[in-house]
Write a protein that binds this ligand. Structure first.
Ligand code: ZN
Ligand code: ZN
Length: 157
């Protein structure tokens, strides 16, 4: 996942941190899901212990925000933390190989896009298009449209 990301954010020196504890505070037992905004708060605490500018969490837990049945991910816009879930990105066994990884890469780039200040885009093929469904994720590409690419900026800490 590192290379597709550094290709699109050339100034990022990406690395993988150690696994974090289960975000028990973010668990909603009625929904059997994790509140992604609460995970962002935990990541904001975690990043203070790390020598990094930004932190993208990757979880296999199903995420939600109030008002939506689920979310593929959430990030501060702009900000230092984001989270993506692989829970709903899994491909059926008959899908072409690599589809799962493609989806994870797209969602990761989307959330990093938010972290560096991009909002949602109306271009359905742009990675910053809001995915309501997996079909949206599969339709859009892993790249920014021209308008979004021109807006990518580094958030100065
Ligand atoms: Zn988004
Ligand atoms: Zn766009």
């Amino acid at each position: 996942m590192r290379d597709p990301i550094t290709t699109r954010f050339p100034w990022i020196d990406a690395s993988i941190t150690s696994t974090l504890a289960e975000p028990a505070e973010a668990y909603d037992s009625l929904r059997n899901q994790y509140h992604s905004t609460r995970i962002l708060i935990l990541l904001e605490q975690e990043i203070q212990n790390l020598q990094v500018n930004r932190l993208l969490g990757v979880t296999h837990f199903d995420l939600f925000v109030p008002g939506l049945n689920f979310v593929f991910g959430e990030a501060r816009l702009p900000g230092r933390v984001g989270i993506i879930s692989t829970y709903r990105l899994k491909a059926s066994s008959r899908s072409k190989a690599g589809l799962f990884v493609e989806r994870v890469v797209k969602e990761a780039i989307h959330e990093i896009g938010h972290m560096v200040g991009l909002e949602h885009c109306s271009d359905t093929s742009c990675v910053m298009y809001f995915s309501n469904t997996l079909a949206d994720t599969d339709y859009k590409g892993p790249d920014f449209c021209g308008k979004c690419r021109s807006q990518v900026r580094i958030q100065i800490e």
